[in-house]
Design a protein around this ligand. Sequence first.
Ligand code: UDP
Length: 225
Amino acid sequence: MLGLAKRTGAKILQASTSEVYGDPAMHPQNECYWGNVNPIGVRSCYDEGKRCAETLFFDYHRQNDVKIKVMRIFNTYGPRMHPEDGRVVSNFIVQALQGEEITIYGDGSQTRSFCYVDDLIEGLIRLMDTPDEVTGPINIGNPHEFTILDLAEKVVRATGNRSKLSFHPLPSDDPTQRCPDIALARKVLNWEPQIQLEQGLEKTIRYFAALIADARTSKQKPQAG
Ligand code: UDP
């Protein structure tokens, strides 16, 4: 792909991830921070794979003048997530809508910041529209930080359901805190998220509620549209 970009002169986006910061020792994370990644843990194939992809992008850029844009995507959610994707927002919404227990991994004190998909897409378009010398990496995410317990409470409240919380073991190497510093995105892209969590959850809950209702009608498991 990078070779093709070189031959055609195309600019190419690397949809990178906040996982490159691992379990960060710096908070919030800015693009100068090199991360704190376990190279041999259960998440390493993803974390190190994405770090290696960034390395290759920058090598191709330096050696072959490939036009690159590297975007580090923090937790993102919204309609069209797969109901069995396993991510926290989709899990909690589907569980609450079905009256099931909300599965909290660990004690729920770990934090994430959740970016609504439309905001992410806007950031992506703005990055692709920047001049060639803007390579990134650039963080795209919502800087409002919530604990997983906060999220569970918000989802339960927004669905109007009374699901109970159930606590399960925390997966290995689960980052304790994650929140983007988006100063660079504000400066270079004049971008910041417009949709806050309550509003984004409402839209996402509406999507999953329709999906579950459809599945009930056709007596199938809910499938992403
Ligand atoms: N999580 C949880 N219950 C779930 C799914 C996830 O408590 O049903 C936690 C998970 O352990 C992590 C956070 O929610 O601390 C975000 O998980 P997700 O997989 O959505 O994103 P990532 O860990 O990649 O940031």
